[in-house]
Design a protein around this ligand. Structure first.
Ligand code: FES
Length: 118
């Protein structure tokens, strides 16, 4: 039995301008994409996507805030997570899932990876 990783891409924003208007730099935002709640953060390094549900106790990371160091801070217990890797940068050893973003001519897309067996 073999498996393959497949990524499906979903449009998040119509353009970079649209993304900048919806999520200004320094802000975070929760969006529902393909029945998944995703937290989008805009740091000085650009946009990042991470699961909205905090791995510690389920709060919405989209109600938190991002730091200039590239972490997102949960609004409830203030644990923080690296926006690139999802690893905890404070608090417990939990990790959040991160998602790739891709800027194309017609918008910004998020990738959801899944394993396909064949
Ligand atoms: S629920 Fe997020 S740190 Fe506890």
């Amino acid at each position: 039995m073999f498996f393959q990783k497949k990524t499906t891409w979903h449009k998040l924003f119509e353009s970079v301008t649209d993304a900048n208007m919806q999520v200004p730099e320094g802000r975070v935002f929760t969006i529902l994409v393909n029945n998944k709640k995703i937290c989008v953060a805009h740091t000085p390094e650009g946009f990042f996507a991470i699961q909205d549900k905090c791995p510690h106790n389920g709060a919405s990371l989209g109600n938190g805030f991002c730091t200039a160091q590239g972490s997102i801070v949960c609004p409830v217990h203030r644990y923080s997570f690296d926006l690139k890797t999802g690893r905890a940068t404070s608090g417990g050893g939990d990790a959040a899932r991160t998602y790739p973003l891709e800027t194309r001519d017609d918008g910004i897309y998020i990738g959801f990876e899944k394993t396909v067996w064949f």
